[in-house]
Design a protein around this ligand. Structure first.
Ligand SMILES: NC(=O)c1ccc[n+]([C@@H]2O[C@H](COP(=O)([O-])OP(=O)(O)OC[C@H]3O[C@@H](n4cnc5c(N)ncnc54)[C@H](O)[C@@H]3O)[C@@H](O)[C@H]2O)c1
Length: 246
């Protein structure tokens, strides 16, 4: 028996082969799930889904678009009959302190990282409450557990995800639907690639575990939270950061 046998999962921001979303989708499929990968990068997303195999499909979904969420959810239910796991993984990085961040940039980051999670939870919860089960995993960040003066909008959006997770967990618990947040530290993906540019100091040196994380390691944690193995875990925030926030 694999850990997600018979489950149907949707992962946002899953197009890029080395991104966290694709790693989660790959692991979910290997554990028996039917997986719907979504993103705004259609070409990459279709290639990533094809490489996973017949259990995976790709659907265009801009997480800021409420109508697109409704359409994607209707499509999942029509094709697979249910939705067991939603991973709200899509996100954007933005560098800039309070004094350097324009209102436009602030709103764009919040729209994708925060409103996108709201819309995703809302769309999935309608299906999951009706079926009486489900697990939603929201990808926040170490930046959702502490302050960071260099990334004001990103911190705001990721703290919001942490709070929304707890509010939704309380609201959806009576329906058998669980909601948890995951808080990665520095993980090597396309988003963080500039940290590894030649000539830059080793980004792992300042981390207590003395290395950065890999997307496969985050995927293992997300798998646990998505699966029935975590059946009594809801409203929790789980750091996966080599102890940078301790
Ligand atoms: N890489 C890190 O160090 C790190 C650390 C903490 C948290 N995170 C979070 O992990 C999640 C995954 O990031 P990653 O490192 O894999 O980054 P990534 O850039 O590799 O992947 C993010 C994906 O989100 C997609 N995306 C962007 N805007 C979108 C939108 N409007 N609708 C749908 N998809 C959209 C992108 O196309 C991309 O495929 C993000 O929420 C990120 O904030 C990353």
């Amino acid at each position: 028996m694999r850990r997600l046998d018979g489950k149907v999962a949707l992962v946002t921001g899953a197009a890029l082969e080395r991104g966290q979303g694709a790693c989660e989708a790959r692991l979910f499929a290997a554990e028996g799930a039917t997986v719907v990968l979504t993103d705004v990068q259609g070409e990459a997303g279709r290639a990533t889904a094809a490489a996973i195999g017949e259990q995976a499909t790709y659907v265009d979904l801009d997480v800021t678009d409420a109508a697109a969420w409704d359409a994607a959810m209707a499509d999942v239910v029509a094709r697979h009959g249910r939705l067991d796991c939603l991973v709200n993984n899509a996100g954007v990085w933005h560098t800039g302190g309070l004094l350097e961040t324009s209102p436009e940039d602030y709103r764009r980051v919040v729209e994708i990282n925060q409103t996108g999670v709201f819309l995703g939870m809302r769309a999935a919860a309608r299906v999951m409450c009706e079926q009486g089960s489900g697990s939603i995993v929201n990808i926040s960040s170490a930046a959702g557990l502490r302050g960071d003066p260099r990334i004001h909008a990103y911190v705001a959006s990721k703290w919001a995800v942490r709070g929304m997770t707890k509010a939704a967990a309380l609201e959806l618990a009576p329906f058998g639907v669980r909601v948890n947040s995951v808080h990665p530290g520095l993980i090597r993906t396309p988003m963080s690639e500039t940290e590894f540019a030649e000539g830059r100091p080793d980004p792992g040196a300042s981390i207590p575990l003395r290395r950065v994380g890999q997307p496969e390691e985050v995927a293992e944690l997300v798998l646990f939270l998505a699966s029935d193995a975590s059946g009594y875990v809801t409203g929790s925030e789980v750091a996966i950061d080599g102890a940078v926030t301790v």
